[in-house]
Design a binder for this molecule. Structure first.
Ligand code: HEC
Length: 210
């Protein structure tokens, strides 16, 4: 993975304000855990496919490790346990934990669904795009502010189609990409400072004129 920036102090301060304002959203807690795992723990644990589950005592011994990487989990035993389950799923099945969210019509995501696929504080996003066939596409992304972001497009086999930094202008980022292997794909975003995605669109493009 490519890293475009280090988290800024300003980002951490704005985190504190953001967390109170988005706290009331209705979210499925397990989806939350999957998003936390696939953005935060994935930095090291993505594509760990040993085929063998961790022993139960690994859960006890890894508690501090989990909290070190995700402090929010410190007083939430259910969250620690869910993250452990998700890691075991990845190891055993060599796959992302399934998320129950079919792509919306025309692959246009609005702020309501997008909010359910973001971590509360950091505003890291992990969004299943559904199956894509070999074709040329474009991502159109709208952000609330012009904040620099790292974007990944990753296949169900953990290969990166996009791994780059982008700076929006007027909140907009356009990213052309092409798919050569059919399969399920996932969009991931790490912002330099917490920022909300207000719209995401993934559409096929004709390249006739190029
Ligand atoms: C900076 C890299 C890094 C990050 C981020 C990270 N881990 Fe780990 N983790 C490791 C390493 C290295 C080990 C020890 C080797 C191993 O078992 O893969 C480990 C071990 C573990 C273990 C024990 C595994 C076992 O089978 O014994 C668990 C459970 C675990 N991590 C969960 C998590 C969770 C949950 C997160 C996210 C909150 C996370 N880790 C974030 C690097 C990381």
């Amino acid at each position: 993975m490519k890293w475009c920036f280090k988290p800024s102090v300003l980002g951490i301060i704005s985190l504190l304000f953001l967390s109170s304002s988005v706290h009331s959203e209705q979210k499925d807690p397990f989806t939350d855990s999957v998003v936390i795992f696939n953005t935060i723990c994935a930095k090291c644990h993505e594509a760990q496919c040993s085929g063998r589950m961790s022993f139960d005592d690994a859960y006890e011994t890894s508690k501090n490790h989990v909290i070190r990487h995700y402090g929010e989990a410190s007083d939430k035993q259910w969250l620690q346990q869910e993250l452990f389950t998700i890691l075991n799923y990845m190891k055993e099945k060599c796959a992302f934990y399934p998320m129950e969210s079919a792509p919306p019509p025309k692959r246009i995501w609005g702020p309501d669904i997008l909010n359910t696929m973001a971590t509360l504080l950091e505003r890291n996003y992990f969004i299943p795009l559904g199956p894509l066939s070999p074709e040329n596409y474009r991502i159109d992304l709208e952000l609330k502010k012009d904040i620099k972001v790292t974007i990944h497009l990753v296949s169900e086999d953990f290969s990166m189609v996009i791994d780059d930094c982008f700076t929006p202008s007027n909140g907009e980022i356009r990213i052309p990409f092409s798919i050569s292997e059919p399969g399920n794909y996932y969009f991931r975003m790490y912002p330099q400072e917490p920022v909300q995605i207000t719209r995401l669109k993934v559409s096929p493009v004709e390249l006739n004129n190029e």
